[in-house]
Design a protein around this ligand. Structure first.
Ligand code: SF4
Ligand code: SF4
Length: 87
């Protein structure tokens, strides 16, 4: 992901939050007040989701829009975080 200014970052975050389908995922655990959109760099891992029971990120429009290569952002960290580990 290219560097963005804070405004672009916020816009993108809102788009991710609107399109995120994590709430329909078998691994999803409702962590009161926690933000979804785990793939986003300023969001990242969930504090509640620990068990990987399947990940539906591949079917999410954000995966295509942002060209995401990873999955299980809720347990493994944001795309940016996981990319670093791959290097
Ligand atoms: S790719 Fe996954 S974590 Fe990111 S917005 Fe879509 S469903 Fe949510
Ligand atoms: S990141 Fe993937 S595994 Fe985690 S809740 Fe979202 S769709 Fe499910």
């Amino acid at each position: 992901m290219e560097e963005m200014n804070p405004e672009q970052m916020e816009e993108k975050k809102q788009m991710v939050l609107q399109m995120c389908i994590c709430k329909n995922c078998p691994s999803f655990v409702d962590c009161s007040g926690e933000s979804i959109g785990y793939c986003f760099p300023s969001i990242g891992k969930s504090k509640c989701i620990a068990e990987e029971k399947g990940c539906i990120c591949g079917g999410c429009p954000i995966t295509e829009k942002m060209g995401l290569k990873n999955t299980y952002f809720c347990t493994k960290g944001s795309e940016k975080e996981q990319m670093k580990k791959d290097m």
